[in-house]
Design a binder for this molecule. Structure first.
Ligand SMILES: Cc1cc2nc3c(=O)[nH]c(=O)nc-3n(C[C@H](O)[C@H](O)[C@H](O)COP(=O)(O)OP(=O)(O)OC[C@H]3O[C@@H](n4cnc5c(N)ncnc54)[C@H](O)[C@@H]3O)c2cc1C
Length: 418
């Protein structure tokens, strides 16, 4: 009798795992892939703004691992076994060539996330695919020869399997299907699961000036908070506060720092990471000197996006109508401090259900880092975001899904024969 494998969740990691099994000669009809949505890869299809940042062009192992805020050590082996380079080759071989941008983010040449999902739709043609099927419960018991057997319940039916993979994601962007039910499934099997926290999230701000700048993007912002500074990537003002890669990195690093109106996070936003206090002072002094008869608010707008310069003027406490020649040295310095040390902002909450990934999850000390098999329950595997692994933006989160899916697929194929 061929061994039967159940995979719960047809997201990035579950699809890669199933494709690996098929590729390694596992009988397709023995692979049951349960997905509550009517189609596979609903989240993958919206990644990267619909373009899917599949992986990264970074080739240094040290630099790659530094992008994982949690779980880098655990991932080290599998990230190298199925590296970003091998991932790109794999997608190209499956009809989806990738391209590397200057910022080292890697996208399909077609700029279409749907094309990434289509790779798996083709690869998984013959498997036992159960779309629109939500797994409600799982049980494990000792079967023949003392081996674990798994019973998967859905729509009032129970089915028996020889191995079980939980690749449900956690609760990030729950409208794509990852509603946190994987947490309950893992717990019901007696597997230790840590509490979950949102990561890669936007923040709501107390101040209204951020909302007034809605739609304005700053390409190289630098953020300062809790005694640390964060990335120099883009920041976007929104109708509720701030978002963008720099903000996501902040949220990943501060995932376990409470953020609410009663426990706010104090942040400073420097609008141009490349300019120090001395740079600003030299530029502003020069501009004011050359435009002595003009109002300083109009001169500052030559150095910053206009809407942002209006905000800086309003927050500076120096009347914008003052002529440049009459702005005192001390007043000029206070503006330069605002720009270099950052404009203060009070963060009062994240946006629940809209975060891109979840921090924490399955405690990786109970998971074999080469195979993704549980160290507590034989033949139980975890892949993707359910593991206590998460990274900043740039293709690293999908890469850990591809690598863990690939590792578990190889291990299952080896263990259960072809
Ligand atoms: C808007 C957005 C953009 C992103 N962009 C990028 C990007 O460009 N690059 C990048 O690297 N990362 C990106 N990410 C993060 C990345 O998409 C995730 O880390 C990754 O998709 C997680 O994959 P997964 O396989 O672990 O889980 P998921 O992709 O969440 O898939 C889990 C699947 O399991 C199914 N499921 C859950 N519970 C059950 C159940 N009980 N029964 C049956 N099915 C179930 C769900 O419906 C879902 O389809 C983005 C995330 C978001 C939200």
């Amino acid at each position: 009798m061929p061994k039967k494998i159940a995979i719960i969740g047809a997201g990035a990691s579950g699809m890669m795992l199933a494709a690996t099994l098929v590729e390694l000669g596992f009988s397709p009809e023995s692979i049951s892939l349960f997905e509550r949505n009517p189609r596979m890869g609903k989240k993958v299809a919206i990644t990267g703004g619909g373009r899917c940042n599949v992986t990264t062009g970074i080739r240094s192992k040290k630099e790659l691992l530094s992008k994982y805020v949690r779980g880098g050590d655990f991932l080290e082996g599998v990230l190298w076994a199925f590296s970003p380079k091998k991932t790109a080759e794999w997608f190209a071989a499956h009809g989806c060539p990738l391209k590397t941008q200057d910022d080292l983010r890697v996208f399909p040449v077609s700029d279409s996330a749907d094309e990434v999902v289509a790779v798996f739709e083709r690869a998984l043609g013959g498997i036992d695919l159960r779309l629109s099927t939500k797994v409600e419960g799982v049980r494990v018991k000792k079967g023949e020869g003392g081996r674990s057997e798994f019973f998967v319940s859905h729509s009032e039916t129970h089915e028996r399997f020889d191995a079980l993979v939980i690749s449900t994601g956690w609760a990030a962007y729950s409208k794509t299907g990852s509603d946190g039910s994987g947490h309950a499934l893992a717990k019901s099997l007696g597997h230790p699961v840590t509490p979950l926290r949102p990561s890669l999230s936007a923040y709501e701000t107390l101040e209204d000036w951020t909302k007034g700048l809605s739609g304005l993007a700053i390409p190289r912002a630098k953020l300062f908070s809790e005694g640390a500074s964060f990335s120099e990537w883009g920041l976007l003002f929104t109708h509720f506060g701030i978002t963008g890669p720099a903000v996501f990195e902040l949220s990943a690093r501060l995932a376990f720092t409470e953020c609410s109106p009663s426990t706010p996070i104090f942040l400073r936003i420097s609008p141009d990471a490349s300019r120090t206090f001395d740079h600003w002072e030299a530029e502003i002094s020069n501009a004011f000197f050359q435009n002595g008869a003009k109002e300083w608010k109009n001169v500052l707008s030559l150095l910053l996006p206009r809407r942002l310069s209006e905000t800086v003027v309003a927050l500076s406490g120096v009347s914008g109508e003052k002529k440049c020649a009459t702005v005192s040295r001390e007043e000029r310095k206070s503006v330069c401090r605002l720009l270099s040390l950052g404009i203060p902002v009070t963060l009062v909450g994240t946006r629940p259900g809209e975060e891109f990934v979840t921090a924490w999850g399955i405690d990786t000390s109970f998971v074999d880092s080469a195979t993704m098999e549980s160290k507590l329950i034989e033949n139980l595997y975890f892949t993707g975001e359910v593991l206590d692994v998460d990274a900043v933006t740039g293709g690293f989160n999908l890469q850990s899904c591809w690598s863990t899916g690939r590792a578990a697929g190889r291990a299952i194929a080896e263990k259960f024969g072809r």
